[in-house]
Design a protein around this ligand. Structure first.
Ligand SMILES: [Zn+2]
Length: 438
């Protein structure tokens, strides 16, 4: 290599370095302080009065079908308890109960996945949204199956007597008090059965029923209904049982996540019209109707439709730290998952509480307004791109796992710098890189 060519190369390198130091570079800084928006600068539509929070409105928890990742899927842990007679096989036992429990929960989840179109009101356009929640049997390595599936032989407590029984016990808490496990952390499900004496009676009708208590529930006659088809006293086929009981399970968990009976006027949802709650169409009023309901919260043969408002109710309940069922959720929001990063590419307003699992990125040209509680896992941060904007409108940022999330990182490029502003007194808790509100 001759000297002049070497000099040329040197010039080339120096020239490149000079050029790159002149150009803009992306800078990333954690925000240590955030300035308020002055009242005069607030958009007119923003309410600044106290008590106007949208976070208690269940409709703000309805999953947006275009942005499903904004409603992270919730998983409810369940324990399965079979209540057995001491004398006779009246329920699934150790030989068939483990397998059945897995099948049962699998099919309950399948029914949740296949949210049917609402039959009522006639001609409705109610959207079929994904429910964004499911069940998982809790782990317990002390059982033969490594799952929380238990068998209790107890002649006092195995049976469930319904509302019409002289010895009705459907409201009794005894079975939970005696056999409940990981109370408050897992939804305890008791699979009870009719009294053996009742089954001996020719007039006794096996009916699938259930009752929910917030973080535990009882079902009856799963075994009886699953073994064979249920018949009416006249010998007519009533319903094939397996389906009946998964319907009842989903209905009872529906109560645990805050849903009310949909045929009633006051269930809090406008998309579940009141109706006479007919099991089938008859020629006599009130069931001489054109269609019977198929909503999960009715007493009907096919209960597999859940409306947007009902789904919103479920997520509103599961996001509420005061509700028992929240304690039974898998803490998916406590484990950082980069693949669950949410990218905000257009303007969004989050008017409901959320528990997210990855970073939250406000990209160029987008504004994200946070108004409610937002939990971020350890290692997660909120990133605001150079042309992005984050508005904290009375929001609460936190880590709901007793740990710290990273903080708010603002990116800048040339004259552009991501913007973070606040009003309505937000709260920023558990941020590793502390943020002071000026
Ligand atoms: Zn009910």
């Amino acid at each position: 290599m001759n000297v002049s060519f070497r000099y040329f190369l040197l010039l080339l390198v120096v020239g490149y370095l000079t050029a790159s130091s002149c150009s803009s570079q992306l800078k990333k800084d954690y925000v240590s302080s955030v300035a308020p928006v002055l009242p005069a600068d607030l958009p007119a539509e923003y309410a600044t009065t106290r008590g106007s929070s949208p976070c208690g409105d269940r409709m703000n928890y309805v999953p947006d079908p275009e942005f499903l990742d904004h409603t992270p899927e919730k998983i409810i842990w369940v324990n399965i308890h079979y209540m057995l007679s001491e004398k006779k096989k009246n329920n699934f036992d150790e030989t068939d109960g483990y397998k059945f429990a897995h099948q049962f929960i699998y099919h309950c989840n399948q029914y949740l996945k296949k949210n049917l179109k609402m039959k009522l009101p006639l001609g409705n356009n109610t959207p079929q949204l994904p429910l964004r929640y499911s069940y998982a049997i809790a782990k317990d390595y002390s059982t033969a199956d490594d799952h929380a599936i238990y068998f209790h032989r107890d002649d006092e407590l195995y049976h469930f007597n319904g509302t019409r029984s002289r010895d009705r016990n459907f409201g009794s808490r005894k079975v939970f008090e005696k056999y409940g496990k990981k109370k408050g952390e897992v939804l305890n499900v008791f699979l009870m059965e009719p009294h053996l004496d009742s089954l001996k009676s020719s007039t006794f009708q096996v009916t699938g029923r259930g009752v929910a208590f917030g973080d535990w529930l009882k079902l009856t006659a799963v075994y009886q209904n699953t073994r064979d088809t249920t018949f009416t006293a006249e010998g007519k086929t009533l319903i094939y049982g397996r389906y009946a009981q998964q319907r009842t399970f989903n209905h009872e968990v529906g109560h645990c996540v805050g849903m009310a009976h949909s045929w009633r006027k006051n269930d809090g949802c406008d998309d579940t019209p009141p109706h006479p709650n007919c099991w089938g169409i008859t020629d006599q009023p009130p069931c001489n109707v054109k269609a019977i309901s198929n909503n999960m919260m009715d007493y009907i043969p096919v209960a597999q439709s859940v409306t947007p408002c009902q789904i919103g109710t479920a997520h509103w309940t599961m996001s509420n730290k005061k509700r028992k069922v929240r304690g039974c959720l898998k803490k998916t929001w406590c484990k950082f998952n980069k693949d669950k990063t949410i990218e905000i590419k257009q303007d969004h307003e989050w008017n409901g509480a959320k528990d997210i699992e990855g970073h939250l990125v406000v990209m160029d040209g987008a504004t994200l307004t946070l108004r409610c509680r937002l939990s971020l896992p350890k290692l997660a941060k909120i990133i605001v791109y150079p042309k992005g904007k984050l508005i904290l409108d009375g929001a609460t940022l936190e880590n709901d796992c007793g740990e710290e999330w990273e903080g708010i990182e603002v990116w800048s490029y040339g004259a552009d710098r991501g913007e973070v502003v606040y009003f309505n007194s937000p709260t920023i808790n558990n941020a590793k890189n502390k943020v002071t509100l000026l």
